[in-house]
Design a protein around this ligand. Structure first.
Ligand SMILES: [Zn+2]
Length: 314
């Protein structure tokens, strides 16, 4: 059954918009069902000193703002490290060197709104959209930071983000943890995850089938309980921080400026999409245990496939 074709017939408009009109609310419903099975870790989250590892400037705000705010309110130290230089982000018309500085300034302002001091925001400066070629080097730098800061907790993007830089960052964290013998807690946060999960490609079922549409999402619901940080009362501050990343979210408003994309890839022109923004309405920020989703290892064409360096940032 070609479900995508059927959806297009029922819902008029271009395929992207039609898909979004179905998938964004469907994903929100699924997320609500999943979080009902979740484990509330709000209080333990608040007291663990932390290294937040963000692939790009803005991922710290999109994925971890609530946890950061809870920690800082409890006086807990937080260091944010931005792995890539953000040079492939918007606006593409700006010279990369200039864009890098603009995005650094945006990140510092966003983090200030999350109560993280400028001196606790670090930039590793690896080339944006090329992290898949630099996993070892990123892991080495992260290993140094883990040694210096000795955080009680590390927050990394999930292993199932589907965005090459994010998946590469997850792998770099994993290697750094293994190399340093890190004994603290590692949790994974969700950003691009919410643009495809749980109707995700790369799990052995190509295309839109009834299996992928109905059966797999039920499995996804059951196999892992999400870890939840109470976001109530904190989403407005997160949105204000996100608005500081003005080059990535439009004219200072945190609204969607591109249609949501089912899977991160060349068609995903900006990091902030419909499905991703919908998560900012959720009463919980969602985490998973490190490695919890690795049995569903996302297909990573960058491991063996063609050069994807032409891809945009995110
Ligand atoms: Zn990103």
């Amino acid at each position: 059954m070609d479900v995508a074709k059927a959806v297009r017939q029922v819902i008029p408009g271009d395929p992207e918009t039609a898909r979004d009109r179905v998938m964004v609310p469907a994903r929100s419903l699924w997320r609500r069902a999943w979080t009902r099975r979740g484990i509330d870790i709000t209080s333990s989250m608040a007291t663990k000193s932390c290294l937040v590892v963000a692939p790009h400037p803005d991922d710290e705000t999109l994925g971890c703002a609530v946890a950061i705010l809870r920690k800082r309110a409890a006086g807990t130290p937080v260091t944010v490290v931005i792995v890539s230089d953000g040079s492939r982000g918007e606006p593409a018309t700006l010279p990369p060197a200039e864009l890098i500085e603009v995005r650094k300034a945006e990140t510092r302002r966003a983090c200030a709104l999350l109560d993280v001091d400028e001196s606790d925001v670090l930039f590793l400066g690896f080339p944006d959209a090329e992290l898949t070629d630099r996993v070892e080097a990123v892991a080495a730098r992260l290993g140094e930071l883990i040694g210096t800061l000795a955080p009680q907790q590390i927050l990394a993007p999930t292993s199932c983000e589907g965005h090459p830089d994010h998946d590469a960052t997850n792998e770099a964290v994993r290697r750094a943890v293994a190399t340093t013998g890190y004994r603290g807690q590692v949790l994974e946060y969700t950003v691009w995850f919410w643009t495809h999960w749980p109707w995700t490609l790369g799990y052995g079922t190509a295309g839109w089938s009834a299996q992928r549409l109905f059966v797999q999402p039920v499995h996804r619901l059951r196999e892992h309980r999400p870890l939840l940080v109470d976001a109530r009362g904190l989403r407005a501050r997160q949105r204000r921080a996100l608005a500081e990343h003005a080059t990535q979210v439009g004219e200072g408003d945190a609204g969607p400026d591109v249609a949501g994309s089912d899977v991160a890839g060349p068609e995903a022109a900006a990091p902030v999409t419909g499905s991703l923004l919908a998560t900012l309405e959720s009463p919980y920020e969602v985490y998973v245990d490190a490695g919890a989703l690795r049995h569903l290892d996302f297909e990573r064409p960058w491991r063996s496939g063609p050069d994807r360096r032409g891809e945009p940032s995110g």
